[in-house]
Unconditional design. Structure first.
Length: 440
């Protein structure tokens, strides 16, 4: 019986499923720790945006280029990283990722010019790109398929805890000990997780090794076929557009433009603005637990949760932006709480792609899905920066770019949902028939 097929039903267990247990939790936790550190490094610019403007003497468009370049590298690496994970395994890819993002963070600490800082963020984005897909793959290798949605949401939750560290701890270090010491000191965390991973991380439990690849599973033709077969699945494409539509508003807010918007457009102090960014992260962690439990028990809730999150985000993004003058604090608080649902909702994209693809394509499928939100984030970061410069820092106009991308994403979700649902039902029926002939 195909594990991809049975994954469409969270209550089913597979013959040959990994056993899970404490050993799985321990090994998976090391991989998640790597992702945790990667998110700290990725989001560190979000609390240092105004400092970067002063340090490198740049405007809003140049500031947005930092995050755009980082996300461009991240998004461009997703399919290659997915193929690497499928071919090389988690440990090798994560090792390379840690080395690259640690060098990038150190380089950013000692950057004295804008160009040097750009190169450092590009290296960081390259290493960061190798973490999340690897952690997803690690979860599928160590836990039963029915635990997939919850394990993925927990990984995302831990990543948001990394965002919390950058918002609370790194921001204080930055204004306490200065730019170089804060960023260089944080890079030590990369060295720590690298040592832990080299000593204790394993790709899979003993006795659950994947079948070795044959000669036919090598070469450029095979890689092209792997990508094409993954893309042909409606569930893969639906997952990409769910990720595209849900993730980017919170990413744009946390990664770069939230702090300037709250300080410059809403007149808040940097301390109060930092507390609201922290609220987004805490809300994200809460929604991650809730969404993971719901989808683990009711797989049909995936699409309503995704579309509901997009609708709620659009409403709560529009109200503070359109409010005459400065928005009241209660409205900004509600906005930040709702933005916290964006990350967990984006994780639902992987729950559409996972049952649509066999085990040997899981990394590739995850890479394709993960491109969605980061392409949307990159596009919006650029659009907001350009519009701010063109309109004299008019956030009402600049932040309206979000609605264009949300409309595009929702239109594609509605177009693909029927085909993906039919294909998933067919796989579920086939897996139930096949299970009759598989000894348990």
């Amino acid at each position: 019986m195909s594990s991809a097929a049975s994954a469409s039903s969270p209550s089913m267990s597979l013959p040959g499923d990994p056993p899970g247990g404490r050993r799985a939790v321990a090994v998976w936790s090391i991989g998640v720790a790597v992702y945790f550190v990667a998110v700290i490094f990725r989001t560190s610019l979000g609390v240092a945006g105004l400092d970067a403007v002063e340090r490198f003497h740049i405007n809003a468009s140049a500031l947005s280029t930092f995050s755009i370049l980082q996300l461009l590298v991240y998004a461009g690496m997703q399919i290659p990283v997915g193929l690497m994970v499928d071919r090389l395994g988690t440990k090798k890819v994560l090792t390379l990722g840690v080395i690259l993002f640690t060098i990038g963070q150190l380089g950013f600490a000692f950057s004295s010019s804008y160009s040097m800082a750009l190169v450092s963020r590009a290296l960081l984005g390259c290493g960061d790109a190798m973490t999340f897909i690897s952690v997803l793959r690690l979860g599928t290798r160590w836990f039963p398929a029915r635990r997939g949605p919850l394990v993925a949401q927990l990984a995302g939750l831990v990543g948001m805890a990394g965002n919390l560290v950058s918002t609370l701890v790194l921001a204080r270090l930055l204004h306490g000990i200065g730019w170089t010491a804060a960023f260089a000191g944080s890079a030590v965390a990369g060295v720590v997780v690298l040592v832990l991973m080299l000593l204790f991380l394993k790709d899979h439990p003993e006795g659950y090794e994947p079948a070795p690849l044959s000669g036919a599973h090598k070469g450029a033709a095979y890689l092209r076929g792997q990508i094409a077969a993954t893309w042909r699945e409606p569930g893969t494409r639906l997952g990409l557009w769910v990720h595209f539509s849900t993730q980017f508003p919170a990413m744009v807010f946390l990664l770069l433009w939230g702090l300037p918007f709250l300080v410059e457009a809403q007149g808040l102090s940097r301390g109060t603005a930092g507390e609201l960014l922290t609220l987004v992260v805490l809300s994200n962690m809460m929604f991650g637990l809730v969404y993971g439990q719901i989808v683990a028990r009711h797989h049909a809730a995936r699409l309503p949760l995704a579309l509901g999150t997009v609708a709620a985000t659009a409403v709560m993004w529009a109200m503070p932006v359109a409010w005459p003058g400065q928005a009241p604090m209660w409205l900004l608080v509600v906005m930040c709480v709702v933005l916290g649902a964006c990350g967990p909702a984006s994780m639902l994209g992987f729950d559409f792609a996972r049952p649509a693809n066999p085990p040997e394509r899981q990394g590739t499928a995850s890479g394709i899905v993960n491109m969605g939100g980061f392409v949307a984030s990159m596009t919006t970061l650029l659009a907001v920066g350009v519009l701010l410069d063109a309109t004299g820092d008019n956030y009402r106009v600049a932040f309206s770019a979000v609605f264009v991308l949300e409309a595009l994403g929702v239109s594609q979700i509605l177009r693909l949902r029927g085909r993906a649902a039919r294909a998933e039902r067919e796989r579920l029926v086939a897996s139930r028939v096949a299970s009759v002939h598989v000894p348990v």
